[in-house]
Design a protein around this ligand. Structure first.
Ligand SMILES: *[C@@H]1O[C@H](CO)[C@@H](O)[C@H](O)[C@H]1NC(C)=O
Ligand SMILES: *[C@@H]1O[C@H](CO)[C@@H](O)[C@H](O)[C@H]1NC(C)=O
Ligand SMILES: *[C@@H]1O[C@H](CO)[C@@H](O)[C@H](O)[C@H]1NC(C)=O
Length: 512
């Protein structure tokens, strides 16, 4: 009996760290600003067949509609009610998407904005995604309803009412983040409204949440909200499954608020991972891939079982948030694929793949003047659908990094080697490195300015393997390079530094 209770307690406390992915799948893709109808199609036609475990969707609530600048992507981070009609579609379309993705074993994780409502200068009227009235001056959001006493106005001690110093933890939690009206989550009423919103999504069938701006909320308040959440819908999940929660906390060090204050509540986004991997692959500040031997906790990151990791996210790919010039994005495709290859091969953390839209980048003195630009849209402001080209790439400005062969095949690699240990590290003291995942997979990188020509121990069973970076196994054929592994596990690798993609990856399912 004691053992049973202990097991139960362990299960309950561990639960919010489990992404509940199906069929041994391991990665989340962020389909940034995609319409619900397109995500439903993508789950069925692409994500499930290619082993993606889940989708992070853009905030689904009603938000403000802004015209200056015109329809920026960040308008969706300014809710004006918890009605489920947004730039991505209606509540009916959202429900249809959740059902269809769940039915093919792809989970939905919802980006929830619960720290604040719209900006203080958001005005009064019905300029919202479903035409609901609100008044940012008072403030008054009758559709929730929230009124002036549901906000933190009195608690904030800065003269502007905004966060002025990140070194004062009270300002960071009780004042307005870039003027966004700060909800008072100390109030049971506000906690209840937020939990009600999240429970509506849970009942619909979502598997969890990316919680926006957690640094700006007190951990105790978040705990009180999370404790009111329902278990996941048993149509698709085991009974008593708790929602997977990953919290956005930007902690690059140097501030009094740290990610560790939040790891007891759920998973946390590890921003150091994105910033540091960028400096290594770009070879900034004397960094080398050889130093990645102890990547993970050895680099001062949070423990692997608490970390949600990414090469770039929707903020830092356009200079928002943190990470700066080291962050690698689709704008630098060659090193982006290498960074993604490293992340997806390495066992640290739960991996999230970014899927972006292109915008008219215009960098002046290191700052992108167009960092606000929203998704591909018609002149009436509606988001364009994602058209799929005959060669499987996306059109109309949708980048679809998750469909790039090298990235998609590495998502599959991660599933194949899941639970296998990090092993058989090799490096040349510079930027040529290799490692395995037990006896299930092996990857070799050449980020030096000269060729790599080495025999390495892959620990894989003897045979001929198809490299999943330059091509892939199709039937019994390989469309890319082939690697011969001897019965002793040794294989010879040649990677020219001028190759389109200077890395090679093989795994047990790519054996010919
Ligand atoms: C779970 O999802 C099913 C299918 O959509 C739905 O019929 C049921 O009401 C949901 N359960 C809860 C508790 O909302
Ligand atoms: C916006 O324009 C597109 C393309 O013409 C059209 O399909 C869509 O229905 C319009 N949306 C609204 C809300 O008028
Ligand atoms: C690795 O780089 C070093 C320089 O750091 C170089 O001397 C060596 O030849 C390289 N090794 C291989 C296998 O290319």
């Amino acid at each position: 009996m004691k053992i049973f209770i202990l097991a139960l307690v362990l299960h309950m406390t561990r639960a919010q760290y489990d992404p509940h992915m199906k069929h041994g799948r391991t990665s989340i893709v962020h389909l940034f600003e995609w319409r619900w109808a397109d995500i439903a199609e993508e789950c069925e036609r692409y994500l499930a067949p290619n082993g993606f475990g889940g989708v992070q969707i853009s905030p689904p609530t009603e938000s403000i509609v802004l015209s200056n600048p015109w329809r920026p992507w960040w308008e969706r981070y300014q809710p004006i009610s918890y009605n489920l009609c947004s730039r991505s579609g209606s509540e009916q379309e959202l429900r249809d998407m959740v059902t269809r993705c769940n039915n093919v074993g792809v989970n939905i994780y919802v980006d929830v904005v619960i720290n604040h409502m719209c900006g203080a200068s958001g005005g009064e009227g019905k300029h919202s995604s479903c035409g609901t009235y609100f008044n940012a001056h008072k403030p008054d959001f009758p559709s929730v309803p929230y009124s002036s006493w549901d906000f933190n106005n009195d608690k904030c001690k800065t003269s502007s009412g905004n966060i002025e110093s990140y070194h004062d933890i009270f300002q960071v939690r009780d004042c307005r983040l870039v003027s966004l009206l700060d909800l008072n989550l100390q109030k049971d009423y506000v906690r209840g409204k937020v939990a009600e919103y999240m429970n509506t999504l849970i009942d619909m069938g979502v598997a969890g949440f990316r919680v926006d701006a957690c640094k700006h909320m007190w951990p105790g308040d978040l705990k009180a909200v999370y404790s009111q959440l329902h278990s996941l819908n048993t149509t698709w999940f085991h009974s008593n499954s708790q929602p997977f929660i990953y919290q956005e906390v930007i902690d690059l060090g140097g501030e009094p608020i740290t990610a560790s204050e939040y790891t007891g509540l759920g998973q946390v986004t590890e921003f150091k991972y994105s910033a540091k991997l960028g400096t290594v692959i770009r070879k900034m500040y004397g960094e080398k891939m050889a130093y990645l031997r102890n990547w993970g906790e050895g680099w001062g990151f949070m423990s692997s079982d608490k970390a949600l990791v990414f090469v770039d996210n929707h903020d830092n790919q356009r200079g928002h948030g943190a990470g700066g010039s080291s962050v690698i994005t689709f704008w630098d495709p060659r090193i982006y694929k290498m960074a993604m290859g490293f992340m997806l091969a390495h066992p640290y953390g739960v991996t999230r793949v970014m899927s972006s839209f292109r915008w008219d980048r215009h960098i002046v003195d290191g700052k992108d003047q167009n960092d606000w630009m929203g998704p591909p849209s018609y002149s009436n402001g509606s988001t364009k659908p994602v058209p799929i080209n005959p060669d499987t790439t996306c059109g109309d400005g949708w980048v679809c990094e998750h469909r790039w062969r090298q990235i998609r095949n590495m998502v599959i690699f991660r599933n194949v080697v899941n639970t296998q240990p990090f092993s058989h590290w090799w490096d040349n003291g510079s930027n040529q490195v290799a490692f395995g995942r037990g006896n299930h997979g092996f990857i070799v990188f050449n980020n030096d300015d000269w060729p790599l020509d080495m025999t390495l121990n892959t620990a894989l069973p003897g045979g001929t393997y198809c490299d999943i970076i330059s091509g892939q196994k199709e039937g019994n054929h390989c469309t890319g390079k082939q690697v011969t592994v001897g019965s002793d596990g040794q294989a010879h690798f040649r990677i020219n530094n001028m190759d389109e993609d200077p890395f090679i990856a093989i795994h047990v399912d790519s054996k010919l």
